[in-house]
Design a protein around this ligand. Structure first.
Ligand code: AMP
Ligand code: ZN
Length: 138
């Protein structure tokens, strides 16, 4: 399954060159072209799913296992001090390439980014928290 004008479908298929650091039958992992830090990589699912809502659960699970393995490997090789794993869904959430991918971002002390990527905190009342909690509880 792929989309003809999707850049990540083309990269995943090897039709557009990329700095690939890992590949298997389900995933290609490449260095981000505009990295947040040295080593910033993207786990790209080879099949085209726009976002996490479309992604089958077994592929979601495999993507997280791979992200975990690569976080360990990259931390050992790059000697980074911390690690962010980020995954954006929808324009409002910062997604710019609408083909599911997971960001692997090595973090270095003094790397110039905020300690956390990147939200302000809301102050919600107990009632508001209870309301959300009740709606979401399964
Ligand atoms: P997102 O904003 O979560 O959709 O992330 C998309 C990411 O893809 C951004 O960090 C871009 O820098 C990166 N990107 C876009 N085009 C390419 C490309 N051709 N090769 C590598 N990374 C890319
Ligand atoms: Zn695609």
């Amino acid at each position: 399954m792929r989309e003809s004008d999707c850049i990540f479908c083309k990269i995943a298929a090897g039709e557009i060159p990329s700095k690939t650091i890992y590949e298997d039958e389900k995933f290609r992992v490449i260095l981000d072209i505009n990295p947040a830090t040295k080593g910033h990589a993207l786990v790209i699912v080879k099949e085209h799913y726009e976002n996490i809502y479309e992604l089958p659960e077994d592929i979601a699970a495999a993507a997280m296992v791979l992200a975990k393995r690569l976080a360990k490997h990259m931390t050992e090789i790059l000697k980074c001090d911390g690690f962010n794993i980020i995954q954006n869904n929808g324009k409002t959430a910062g997604q710019t390439v609408f083909h599911f991918h997971v960001h692997l971002i090595p973090r270095y002390e003094g790397d110039g980014n905020q300690e956390k990527m990147c939200w302000d905190h809301l102050e919600l009342s107990q009632e508001e928290l209870d309301d959300i909690c009740q709606k979401l509880f399964q």
